[in-house]
Design a protein around this ligand. Structure first.
Ligand code: DAH
Length: 348
């Protein structure tokens, strides 16, 4: 038999244990939950276990003992509730601290790619010319000597072959030096009226600040009845206004290309100074942008087109040159080095 005071002592020491542990152990709600369980769980809890002692309590003291244990349980419940409230408040405070965001901080920059300037220029030119009714013909980079030179009125030993230092793959095949080769393919396979532009890569053994062994050109070809140099001038005027600005005009200077007669070099009025003379136009007010001319009758005939009935104009321009002028780039290598610091600045 146990007497009530002995059991009361047990209750008191459990209470003291709860107080002490609550201070040191219960730092978070999970620990606190575990601790509460260890005292109040109906099966394993220390306070609940006291009830098992009932059997050893003399009959007349059982009621008082039960009451004392229940009071201790009530006290413990309230005690844990208070601590739990404090612990949760503390936890919430810590969470707010750690999840605090500074909305005045600059946002992280999202890297976003853009098209290469040559692609942009190419797309713009295609847009402009298709807008004028041209279609797009894509030739091949490996060409037959015939298409690249002979059919363009530049037979073997023609001095104009020296104008383009050619990469030969074999006596017959070469890397095309000009998109003009496409003119022949189109005229061979299509009956006039013909109205095409042909963009693509070309290759020449040439390497300095304004030349690269690989560069891009765009060819233009119109063949129909009654086509004259005036049609060329009119089409180019429309084109330069769209690419360099409304005020831009063109000027034709006599030149020589084997596949055009007459041949011209086309200048645009300087879009930087409006024609007054500046660094870009080297004080002349004009900038050379492309070669062009009336299609040589011999070239039409080489392709089986009646040169008495039909005439045409053709032009060829360098995309790198247009990009360099448009974006103020003075070394062609900047277009091929893929330096993001440079390319990022060119976004049209
Ligand atoms: N193919 C010439 C070159 O690469 C450019 C050219 C000039 C093309 C006159 C033409 C043209 O169609 O008519 O230098």
């Amino acid at each position: 038999m146990k007497d009530l005071s002995e059991l009361q002592g047990q209750i008191d020491s459990i209470k003291a244990e709860i107080r002490e542990k609550a201070e040191s152990v219960a730092r978070n709600s999970k620990d606190l939950y575990e601790m509460r369980k260890s005292f109040l769980d109906s099966k394993q809890g220390k306070l609940s276990a006291l009830m098992k002692e009932m059997a050893q309590v003399p009959g007349d003291q059982k009621a008082s003992f039960g009451k004392a244990v229940n009071e201790a349980k009530q006290w413990a419940l309230g005690f844990f509730e208070d601590i739990d409230k404090k612990v949760r408040e503390q936890e919430l405070k810590l969470r707010y601290e750690s999840e605090k965001i500074d909305i005045s901080m600059p946002a992280k920059k999202k890297e976003c790619g853009n098209l290469h300037p040559i692609t942009t220029v190419r797309n713009q030119l295609i847009d402009i010319f298709t807008g004028m009714g041209f279609s797009v013909y894509e030739g091949t980079e490996i060409e037959n000597d015939f298409y690249n030179f002979t059919a363009l009125n530049t037979p073997q030993d023609h001095p104009a072959r020296d104008m383009q230092d050619t990469f030969y793959l074999s006596p017959e095949f070469l890397l095309r030096t000009q998109t003009s080769a496409g003119q022949i393919h189109v005229m061979e396979s299509t009956k006039p009226p013909i109205k095409i532009v042909s963009p693509g890569k070309v290759f020449r053994s040439d390497d300095d600040a304004t030349h690269s062994p690989m560069f891009s050109q765009m060819e233009g070809l119109v063949v129909d009845e009654g086509i004259t140099l005036c049609d060329l001038k009119g089409s180019l005027d429309m084109f330069v206004k769209q690419i360099f600005g409304e005020q831009t005009t063109t000027r034709l200077r006599p030149s020589y290309f084997p596949f055009t007669e007459p041949s011209v070099e086309v200048d645009v009025s300087c879009f930087e100074c409006g024609g007054k003379g500046c660094k870009l136009c080297k004080g002349t007010g004009w900038i050379e942008v492309l070669g062009a001319g009336v299609v040589n009758k011999k070239v039409l005939e080489n392709c089986g087109i009646d040169s008495e009935k039909y005439s045409g104009f053709a032009f060829g321009l360098g995309l790198e040159r247009i990009a360099m002028l448009k974006y103020g780039i003075n070394n062609i290598k900047m277009l091929f080095e893929s330096d993001l610091r440079v390319l990022e600045q060119i976004d049209d």
